[in-house]
Each structure stands twice: as C-alpha cells, then as structure tokens.
Write a protein that binds this ligand. Sequence first.
Ligand code: PLP
Length: 246
Amino acid sequence: MWFRQLSAGRGGSVMVKENLADVERRIGEACRRSGRDRKDVTLIAVSKTKPVSMIEECMEEGIVDFGENKPQELRDKYEALPKNLRWHMIGNLQRNKVKYIIDKAVMIHSLGSAELAQTIEKEAEKHNLIMPVLVEVNVAKEQSKGGIYPEDAEDFIREAAKFPHLRIRGLMTIAPVVERPEDNRMVFRTLKNLSVDIAGKNIDNVSMSELSMGMTGDFEVAVEEGATFVRVGTGIFGERDYGVKV
Ligand SMILES: *Cc1c(COP(=O)(O)O)cnc(C)c1O
C-alpha cells in the first residue's frame, strides 16, 4: 500500500496532509500524461466512517468536496462543519433516507432505479430545489452492485429526465476490485464512451459533462480515461474501521 496509515506516535494531521499531497501529485501526473487540464478533475475526499477532525485536516489543505455513503452520516457532518463544503452522496441510497440529504448534498452520484428518481423528485419539489444527479452504471455487471446496465442506460435516462426537479449531469461507476489498476481501464473507457453516445442524443434536461469514476486503487487510470470526479477515501484517510461509531 502506498498511502500512510494512522499509527501510534504519528500525528493524524501529518498523515492526511502527506497522503493528500501524494494523491494530488498523482492526479496531476495522470492529467499531464493524458493531456488533460487539472482543473477538469475534482478530487472528492471520501470521509465515510472518519471523524470530523480528519475532515478539518483536509479543509486546511484546501479540500472542499467530500463524499459520504450513509445519509445520516452526511447530514450529521454537514451540520457539524462550515457550510461552504460540498457534500456528495456517493453510495447506495435507500428511498426513505433521501429526506436526510436532499437539501444538504450538492450531488447524488448513485441514481440507479426509477423508484429512487421518483423519490428524489418528490423530496426536491418539497424543498423547492433542483437536484443534480449522476446515473450509476454497472459496467462490469457485478451481481453485488446496483446501477443500470450500459444497454439500458439511454432508456433509463430518457425516463428520469422527465422529472423536473432532478437534473442528470453525467454518469458514475464503481469499478470492480482488481489487483492491477490497468484491469479497470476498459470499465472506465466503456463508461466514457457511453457518456459520449448519450450526449449525442441531445436529450432535454440531460448533460453528460460529469464522469464520476476511480477510487484509491485506480484513480489515475480513471483520470486518464476522462474522470471529472475521482472518489478517494483510503488513500487519504487510511483504512476504514467499520466497527467504530463516528
Ligand atoms: C468508499 C467509497 C469510495 C472510496 O473508496 P476507497 O477505495 O477507500 O478510495 C468511492 N466510491 C464509493 C461509492 C464508495 O462507497
């Protein structure tokens, strides 16, 4: 593992700071390799299970985009921290929990069912806001994962685009866990190609400007293949301990 792990005698802020510098350098190098502008890639620090104090360490380094996959945790951290932060809902979202985040998240990355689209529409209307969303695509067709299969994405998007309080801004995928990051290159390329295809259909209310893909194990390949959001948790904060209540 290339990232630093919190351990006895090591100051937390040193770890987060050094890890962030590594991630930042590697995103920059991936941008240069692929001729992309660094400004076109947003690093989302995935802070799930991690305490507010570690988020504050990231803020000191200029990070404002954070990702959470539990609605109540996103809500609680939103309440506890300055309001200029941008919270991304990145995980499987149950319909009955949309209400916790509808007026707190800047984007929902995991729209994967018509039922969820309907609930987001209802809650967004209640709050008189328009919710930016990404459609989650299950590129590798893993049974364990949610999301729309690539061949169903266009039809799904045409339907979801009819909801007036929901704005589709692009696609998201959670790539398989692999040994070598290169093994996910085709997954990322497939998502990019799909987004170009769908953009070409000029569907009302739909933009394909965002591609949320790449995590700690493979974010450089994702950047090379066109990611506009990379979602990095472990590589910034160290391994997660799901036994710990935040
Ligand atoms: C946890 C999570 C991440 C971050 O994973 P790491 O491997 O720790 O970088 C990214 N995306 C989603 C949807 C996640 O749930």
